[in-house]
Design a protein around this ligand. Sequence first.
Ligand SMILES: [Zn+2]
Ligand SMILES: [Zn+2]
Ligand SMILES: [Zn+2]
Length: 253
Amino acid sequence: MRMTILGSGTSHGVPMIGCRCHVCTSTDPRNRRLRPSACVTNGSETVLIDATPELRLQALAVGLDRLHAVLVTHTHADHIMGLDDIRRFNDLAGRSLPIYGSQESLDDIRRIFQYAFMETQMGGGKPRLDLALLDGTARICGMDVTPVPVLHGSLPILAYRIGDVAYVTDVNYIPPDSMAMLRGLRLLVLDAVRPLAHSTHFGLEQAVPIAAELGAERTLFTHLSHAYDHAKTNAMLPAGMELAYDGQVIDLD
Ligand SMILES: [Zn+2]
Ligand SMILES: [Zn+2]
Ligand SMILES: [Zn+2]
């Protein structure tokens, strides 16, 4: 089992348009952050978590050419606007792809990508998305995938536990029942948008103690803004915790 970080950036990406700060102008490739996404590969099958507006670039960057399912955390633009790029994965696989999420997310996708679900001309092709409600643990690509409810400000969204790995983005509160679902992890990927608290995300000041409480063997922080210089921040983090970076591969076998 292997996780690949496809994007570690916040919704603006890093560098941010029009910013000349030391991180946005850094030459360290780990300070260049595409929108937040990861994939988990088990044998020959790969699950994508969220489809960012940069999905095509992310797939090309890591040589991702096969997908078997997509998990959607929520429907903010930085998490779903790449769903049209699923066309290419449909073509390569010769079939439609299951898109898992909450009922709210599936309803949003049907509305936002309306053309994909209508009988219209094909033109350059339409993504073939099989919307699939995930309201409990399901076997996906040979892995147990469990939706974990969390809060993103006032918005209820989903984190996902995939075997001993969890991906918890766009969160500023994890209810006690969900904390219990995130115990015993080998790898936790957790939102820490910036060092200080934020109204809809954990800042690093909340994310570090929560990661310590959950006690995963290894924690990567993601959805990162330009407020972090990768090397400087990593040097200050507790053992077992680090900032994610684009293209990072974590082998769990
Ligand atoms: Zn986001
Ligand atoms: Zn900047
Ligand atoms: Zn969001």
